[in-house]
Design a protein around this ligand. Structure first.
Ligand code: UD1
Ligand code: UDP
Length: 359
């Protein structure tokens, strides 16, 4: 049996950690959860522990928001202390946030084996903080768990072959774990007065889409011009940036746009599954659109999830209004053309088995 320290901090990491934590514990391994505190609002953090039964963190560093250096540096100091005290067999990190990078650096400097879940993703856009986080993390990792074949190829192109495993995507595991429960318990469509297939769902939070007021303004003027209901669970970063640039009131009151607070995972699954189409710059939401066979417009120039685009279900529209509006009328594939590109929903068990075997 092995001892693992799982490092989480941002919203998508709580969701990815749920199936992996369950698989580790079912196998009898010992897991400690370290929350860096990168996300801290109830709706960005605790709601996922409560709703998805993710065990409470054993450690919470409460680092909260700050510049990249400040946030990552404080995490590094706190994670190092925990790892020195706990001496785990493995550190497990997820995705590409500053919490991922801090966990990777802390582990590699202490010579503790590091496993990276969602390894090998690349946008090839070095301006994204996520891109350097994931490149550095992959090059620190001893075990690289890839969700897609493209991810395996990306790593091979960088000379990374040892410890690389194609396991599928834990976000797909999570969708399978919780879809039924979401149908049973979520009342979000009723609460928001939405009809199945009768609205669009939007989420935007990437730094390059939110930090420049002109970009933010361009995105929200398209969203407020759409002639269909658009539901937008708004990330705190985006809310803050809208407020700072004096655009919040306009965004909240114009057109058919309905700004709501971030929703729980179960509510999000229902909103995604029943949307006519999704507009997003989120990595996780692009994939979930695919899992539910809901057409997706990605407001970015590139994506790490190239399979969703190649299969015809996702279009990279950037932020040009004409492309976004044309995308809304695009003829997407039929619901039945859905190759299983992200594994079989058992990726977390594969990860747990591999970690257990090599230790
Ligand atoms: C982070 C990740 C990003 C990921 C996203 C998931 C990095 C560099 N970025 O971006 O890759 O896609 O999480 O959602 O790690 N804030 C709150 N309350 C919170 C959390 C954040 O108000 O609970 C606000 C603060 O104003 C903060 C801002 O959001 O300054 C940005 O938060 P931060 O964690 O730095 O980055 P995200 O944009 O959330
Ligand atoms: N999500 C959620 N509530 C919301 C918005 C998103 O539960 O209001 C979930 C979503 O279903 C997905 C994950 O959060 O599982 C995506 O996180 P986010 O978009 O913040 O980050 P990214 O995936 O881009 O890193």
């Amino acid at each position: 049996m092995i001892k693992v320290v799982t490092i989480v901090g941002a919203r998508p990491q709580f969701i990815k950690a749920v199936p992996v934590s369950r698989a580790l514990r079912e196998a009898g391994h010992t897991e400690f959860i370290l929350h860096t505190g990168q996300h801290y609002d109830y709706g960005m953090s605790q709601v996922f522990f409560d709703e998805l039964s993710l065990p409470s963190p054993d450690f919470n560093l409460n680092v909260r928001s700050g510049s990249h250096g400040q946030q990552t540096g404080q995490m590094l100091i706190g994670i190092e202390e925990v790892l020195q005290a706990e001496k785990p067999d493995w550190v497990v990190v997820f995705g590409d946030t500053n919490s991922t990078l801090a966990g990777a650096l802390a582990a590699v400097k202490l010579h503790i084996p590091l496993a990276h879940v969602e390894a090998g993703l690349r946008s090839y856009n070095r301006e994204m903080p996520e891109e350097h986080n994931r490149v550095i993390t992959d090059h620190c990792a001893d075990m690289l768990f890839c969700p897609t074949k493209t991810a395996v190829e990306n790593l091979a192109n960088e000379g990374l072959k040892n410890g690389v495993h194609l396991v599928g995507d834990p976000m797909y595991d999570a969708v399978l774990m919780f879809s039924e429960k979401a149908k049973q318990y979520s009342t979000i469509l009723h609460d928001l007065g939405l009809k199945m297939g009768g609205y669009l769902l939007a989420t935007i939070h990437r730094a390059y889409n939110t930090d420049e007021p002109d970009t933010l303004k361009a995105i929200f003027s398209v969203l407020t011009s759409i002639d269909e209901p658009v539901v937008f669970p708004i990330h705190p970063r985006t809310r803050q940036k809208l407020q700072d640039s004096g655009l919040l009131t306009h965004a909240a009151t114009q057109g058919n746009l309905q700004l709501i607070d971030p929703v729980s995972y179960l509510d999000m699954l229902i909103l995604e599954q029943n949307a006519r189409l999704i507009l997003t710059d989120s990595g996780g939401v692009q994939k979930e659109a695919y899992f539910f066979a809901v057409p997706c417009l990605t407001l970015r120039r590139e994506t790490e999830w190239v399979e969703t685009v190649q299969s015809g279900w996702n279009i990279l529209v950037g932020i040009e209004p004409e492309r976004i509006l044309a995308g809304l009328r695009h003829d997407f594939p039929s619901k039945y053309q859905q190759p299983a590109l992200f594994g079989n929903g058992q990726s977390a068990y594969t990860i747990s088995n591999i970690l257990g075997e090599v230790s």
